[in-house]
Structures are given as C-alpha cells and as structure tokens.
Design a binder for this molecule. Structure first.
Ligand SMILES: *Cc1c(COP(=O)(O)O)cnc(C)c1O
Length: 397
C-alpha cells in the first residue's frame, strides 16, 4: 500500500497497489506439483521430457531442451552455436541483460544494434553495417512479445553464414506470419519466470529443428556427461559414463516441469485475456497525444508480455521520472524495460561507449511499462486507464 498522496494531495485512483506483471496459479497447478512431491522423482523425472514435448508441440518445433532458467537456455544455445573467444554476436541495444551476458559467458563479444523506432525490436536495416569477419551469430529479441521479422533476419544470416538464436523470452505463444514463434531461427529460447507468458517459477526452454544443436544442449545441461557409447572413448561397464566436454548443472526439476505442463494448458487463455486488455488500452489511450501506444507490424501477432507506452516529452511539463512517480502514487505498478544494456556499469567497464544507439537511448528516456497480466480484472484495467489519464491531464503542457 502506497501512503504517499497522489496528485494535488488527492486520493489515489485505486486503493491497492497493482503490480506490473504477475503469475496466475490455480488449484490444478498446485495439485500437479504436490503430486510430484509425493512421487519418486524430484529432479530429472518423466515430467521433464513431457514438458519439453509439450512446448515443442505447441510451437511446432522438432526438439526442445528444458533447463533451469531462460538465461541458462541462452547460454546453452550459445554453446551449441559454438560461440567462443573473439566471436562477435549482434544483440539489440534494449533487452534484458541476459540476452547479451550469454555471449560473454562464452568469451564472445556482444555488438549492440540500434532499435526500430516503431516496433522497439532490433532494426533489421542496421544489422548488416555491424557485421564483420568475426561475426558469428545474431540474438534478436521479440521485445514485449512482438515478433521480429525473422524471415528477413534469416536472409541476412544466410548471406553472411551466421547462426540465429531468437530470444523469445517474451514471446511464447506469439505469432509470426500466422505461425507460432519458435520454428524459423536456428534456436529459439523461452523463459518461464513468473512474469513471463507461463511459469515454472524458474525455467527456460530452447527449441530447435536441428538434431545436432539438440544433442549439444542436452550434453551442456548436465556437465558435458554422456552415457552414449557412440560418443564415449571407452566403456568399462553398465555404471560407466564419460564427461566429454565442459558443461554445467543447468537441469530443471520435475516439480517445475509438472507446473509447466499444467501452465501450458492455460497459455492460450492467458494470451486471449492479454490481447483483450491491450485492445482496451489502445482504444482508451488513442485520445492522449502525449503518449504513443505500441505499434505492431503486420507480420506479428503478439501475445503481449508487457505493454509499453512512450511519452512525448515535448507535450508534457515534466520528465519520465515525474510521470513514473505520479503513476506509482496512483497505486499503479510501473516499470521500465530496459536500460540499454551497454549503459550498465559492468558493460561500461568493458569499454562500451554511451551514445552508440541513439534510438534506444531516446526510447529509454521516454518508456514506461504499465500493468498487464491475465488475472487483471476489468476494474484493474479501467483503474490503470483512469490513472494514466489523470497523470497525463495533470502534466499536459
Ligand atoms: C526473462 C528474460 C530472459 C531470461 O530470463 P530468466 O529469468 O533467466 O528466465 C532472457 N531474455 C529476456 C529478454 C528476458 O526478458
């Protein structure tokens, strides 16, 4: 509960604080997890493979590997892509740091590409100018759930012999040209963090149509250890296994996968509700010239992980910070996705310079994420609209 006074010392638009995103867990989910607790497997059990099958089937991919979180999934994909010391990998300037940290884990160098000012996704027209002889891969992100123009990106990748790892952490269930995101890039990663489309608490999945990538990621997930006699140098007997490369313990648990299986059944209904809310927001905010609602390219049908408004600061008497704080005082949970990755102190310490991606830096100064999650009631939605209206009306120039 926020006790600060709202605009003009008045009462907030709503009396309880609404978070910007939230998981939806029902009795079925709880029963599924409790059932596993009473069973034989807590870590790797039959639910892991079943969850993988379910995600692969849902998006229409051949293979899926489930791991402990979305960041581990990206790391596994970078490993499978063979990213190593000296390799350059193109990443959009605005994304969660994990999209680029996974390159650093492998010794590679993230190269940041500016954003398309309409979609806030990687600007496909600025990719080629960043490609050098050292470029190995592209990690485009489906920001907010909107699909990237993956056909165009694959075309560029083919021309320069690059591997594409799609960071679809926001986009499970989103569509590109009428098909679920997840079948076109070489590998596609999904996150199952609680604010993401569906959750396993912590969890990540990479889907691919390549048996080679699949095998590599399965090995990477569990220490680089194999029991496959065709891959082993020796075989001493039934107990025997060999570590044939350096992997990690990135395994996901049966508990988490049981939750994931149960959550997947609800994904389409979650997305349906998210789209309803987005439509309501878009209609309501049309009248406000001081902000821009999301633009969606015609090839994309977003599942809407987040709803981002972009302020027109020329039309407002205060900056983004004041608008953000005023919304908080109305008990509306807001957020900013994200600081351009290279502006983080750690990236600055690696030598990245500010000012390199002007579209991203300008957007960062004007973006606000407002609440969007499937269990929002109609009252919640209307209170957010009224709160945004109230704040914008107050600070209009
Ligand atoms: C959430 C997210 C990830 C993965 O995050 P985890 O918390 O490790 O599951 C990766 N990329 C983006 C863009 C994300 O939003």
């Amino acid at each position: 509960m926020n006790n600060e006074l709202a605009i003009n010392g008045g009462v907030p638009i709503r009396d309880t604080y609404l978070s910007y995103g939230k998981q939806f867990i029902d009795e079925k989910d709880i029963e599924k997890v409790v059932e596993i607790l009473k069973g034989d497997y807590l870590t790797t059990g039959p639910n892991v493979a079943e969850f993988e099958k379910k995600v692969a089937y849902y998006v229409g991919a051949k293979y899926a590997v489930a791991v402990s979180n979305g960041t581990a999934a990206l790391h596994a994909a970078c490993y499978a892509a063979g990213i190593k010391e000296g390799d350059e990998v193109l990443v959009p300037a605005i994304t969660f740091a994990a999209s680029s940290n996974c390159v650093l884990y492998c010794g590679g160098k993230p190269i940041f590409v500016d954003l398309d000012p309409q979609t806030y996704n990687i600007d496909v027209n600025k990719i080629e100018e960043k490609i050098t002889a050292r470029t190995k891969a592209i990690i485009p992100v489906d920001f907010s759930g909107q699909s990237i123009d993956i056909d165009k990106i694959m075309e560029i990748a083919k021309k320069y012999n690059l591997i594409v790892i799609e960071d679809a952490a926001h986009a499970l269930g989103s569509e590109y040209k009428g098909k679920k995101v997840g079948t076109i890039a070489d590998m596609t990663e999904f996150s199952f963090h609680p604010v993401k489309p569906v959750t396993t608490a912590e969890g990540g999945v990479i889907v691919t149509n390549s048996k080679e990538y699949y095998d590599k990621m399965m090995l990477f997930r569990s220490h680089g250890i194999t029991r496959d006699s065709e891959l082993m140098i020796e075989n001493h007997g039934p107990w025997y296994y060999e570590q044939i490369d350096l992997g990690y313990n990135y395994r996901i648990t049966d508990l988490q996968c049981a939750l994931g299986i149960s959550q997947m059944d609800k994904l389409d209904s979650f997305i349906k509700r998210r789209r309803e809310i987005v439509k309501r927001y878009n209609d309501a905010f049309k009248e406000l010239d001081e902000l821009k609602t999301p633009f969606e390219a015609e090839f994309s049908n977003s599942g809407w992980h987040i709803y981002v408004i972009v302020l027109d600061l020329d039309k407002l008497s205060v900056g983004r910070k004041e608008i953000f704080e005023a919304l908080q005082k109305e008990n509306i949970g807001v957020n900013v996705h994200y600081l351009p990755v290279y502006m983080h102190p750690y990236y600055q310490s690696l030598g990245y310079k500010k000012g390199k991606c002007p579209v991203a830096e300008d957007l960062y100064n004007r973006m606000i994420t407002i609440p969007l999650f499937p269990s929002m009631s109609d009252y919640d939605v209307e209170s957010v609209i009224n709160g945004v209206r109230k704040v914008i009306n107050h600070y209009r120039k």
